[in-house]
Ligand binder design. Sequence first.
Ligand code: ARG
Length: 464
Amino acid sequence: MSGNKTPNKAWGGRFSEATDEFVTRFTASADFDRRLYRQDIQGSLAHAQMLHGANLLDDNEYKLIEAGLGDILEDIESGQFSWSIELEDVHMNIEAALTKKIGEAGKKLHTGRSRNDQVATDIRLWLREEILNIQDELLRLQNGLLNLAEREAATIMPGFTHLQTAQPVTFGHHMMAWYEMLERDKGRLQDCHKRLNRSPLGAAALAGTSYPIDRELTASLLGFDSPTANSLDSVSDRDFAIEFCAFASLLMTHLSRASEELILWTSAQFGFIELPDRFCTGSSIMPQKKNPDVPELVRGKTGRVHGDLVALLTLMKAQPLAYNKDNQEDKEPLFDAVDTVRDCLRAFADMVPAVVINKDNMRSAALRGYSTATDLADYLVGKGLAFRDAHEAVGKAVAFGIKEEKDLAELSLTQLQKFNRSIKSDVFDVLTLEGSVNARNHLGGTAPEQVTKAVAEARKIMLR
Ligand code: ARG
């Protein structure tokens, strides 16, 4: 124990010995929460302006604080600021630097405020900005998908269920499925922003403050929609961070699914697409290898974002009101989720428009695997059969085709008629891949015409 040094200046009045050296390191957050410096200064400027309006700071004190905080911002951004873990966190580092710079007036900044409402404000301001950055990347990716879907609206590939060839679909339709997942993610992100955008400033430590503060003013200066309603809740609430991580987790789940498909499609066994070299790496031993590292990493990073969500949920579980030091642990998972999601979206937004489509391979894969069997069954229903009987007849035709190593379209009319006499030569129209996808021409169907419509609809929504 280092019992002989002087206690911490900011709160050491009632202490008779200095903090243990290890405890200083253990409890400090400056190494990571310094990332909030800009928001911390922004919050302090608004708080100071409000204190001035309430006559809690005189003109000169307010001017000094305003200029001092401006200088500190410059110092930090030019790398001149020296951070100290002795000063625990970003808030006390900045406050101490202010007092060092401007003297007595600096000591008045914390009037009517606590680090508890201060940190809650800072994280909200920080996350609000990051949400907008992430939304930009999300929109960029969605635009890339729309362009790809439009271009490949009529490109045919096998659609899968159970990863077995099911029915032909269009590549554009598949891209629009990804788009829809992201559209829901975007809704969740915007929803998170809406609930986040309220100002906890003025809740002070937990109960509010005895000074005549103006919470409406600080809320509006900081661009919040309104102040939060309850001081206890304000300093303890981290729902917005959890909601963000929930959004991020689901988005990552979606990106991991898209990644998995890209990885499969680039394999020699599928050969549906190629990723440009700039998104891939090679192997140090196998000269032929070109590995889809970017989608693989996105798939892998999904785990850490899910971990961030669980970390925050567990952090908040069973915490009594109001602020607890536990809450300092909110930052690293949140920062990690934000950084990871932003990078993954960026990688995807760059990569998706550059995907090279191998239409021939998609087409021949769709031609294998009896992907038009349902179309033949539907044809027989059109000739008056009950669907179950049609299903049975086509099943037999497929078994025959497997034996003969022929697709349904490659069987002769006479061969097909063995399975049902009502089959006529017009059957070959429905057994083609084009016939199959064009037949699914209704809202949400895979027909090229529907894909084109869906792209146009989506563009309208995105312009709103
Ligand atoms: N560094 C702290 C955090 O991140 C700031 C609030 C500290 N408040 C306190 N009463 N110790 O949560």
